[in-house]
Design a protein around this ligand. Structure first.
Ligand SMILES: [Zn+2]
Ligand SMILES: [Zn+2]
Length: 238
């Protein structure tokens, strides 16, 4: 295989037929993730935090949408998205999150009947800077596309205040320690958020549960009335 074909394939990454990245048949094979509670992982309609977990003091999330179940095709797709600037892969992945959100009746009720204001946001990108894809943040790309589809505003909500060690190599306790107060709400977002907005934070895949918690807590500490939701492409097991 020529290196150029590996970097910019003109064939389906799954079945190798001539197609851009992923052919329609292989796209259909990607499995939607079952609807579960983000805390206890039992079945929960619309990926909402279940009744049992809702009242626990450290549950900051109202729901966490998961686009797909993990499989090799999805992994390959996301690898290309991250390292080879594939903006049209972002489009396909944003479309999946859009479909899940669009069919969420509770959210539709909040938008259309309660007229609650909703913002889309994303996880900041420091961790990508060490790679050659210096300014590219897949989470931001997907968030922007998703916001366009939903006709909502995409805001930059949190920033990292210091550089963290690579999360993947750390234990769960080390990760939590590593993340302690490293995020803060951005000044520009403070002007936009008023009171009881819904904030949907988008992430591609690499965010650990510890990061999700930390970012949610940071926003909630500043705005106790906001309701924090997440939309991720697949679930990280830690
Ligand atoms: Zn295929
Ligand atoms: Zn639960």
């Amino acid at each position: 295989m020529k290196i150029i074909d590996f970097l910019f394939p003109k064939y389906c990454i799954n079945c190798s037929q001539k197609w851009e990245y992923l052919c329609p048949q292989c796209k259909k094979k990607l499995i939607p993730h079952p609807e579960i509670c983000p805390y206890c992982h039992t079945y929960s309609k619309f990926y909402q935090t279940c009744f049992g977990c809702k009242n626990k003091s450290n549950s900051h999330l109202k729901w966490l949408i998961i686009g797909f179940s993990y499989d090799q095709t999805l992994k390959n797709l996301i690898f290309r998205l991250k390292y080879f600037h594939k903006k049209h892969i972002s489009e396909f992945l944003a479309q999946r999150l859009f479909l899940v959100i669009q069919t969420n009746q509770i959210l539709n009720y909040q938008i259309n009947v309660l007229k609650q204001k909703i913002f889309i946001s994303y996880v900041p990108s420091h961790r990508y800077r060490k790679y050659f894809v210096k300014w590219y943040n897949p989470s931001k790309e997907i968030a922007k596309l998703l916001a366009d589809k939903l006709n909502l505003e995409c805001i930059d909500i949190v920033q990292k205040t210091k550089h963290t060690r690579q999360q993947v190599w750390l234990s769960k306790i080390q990760r939590e320690k590593n993340l302690k107060s490293i995020f803060k709400v951005k000044q520009s977002a403070i002007k936009q958020i008023q009171w009881n907005e819904i904030i949907i934070v988008v992430d591609d895949v690499t965010t650990t549960w510890a990061t999700i918690n930390e970012i949610s807590q940071t926003i909630q500490a500043m705005y106790p009335q906001t309701s924090i939701r997440w939309a991720v492409l697949w679930r990280h097991n830690s």
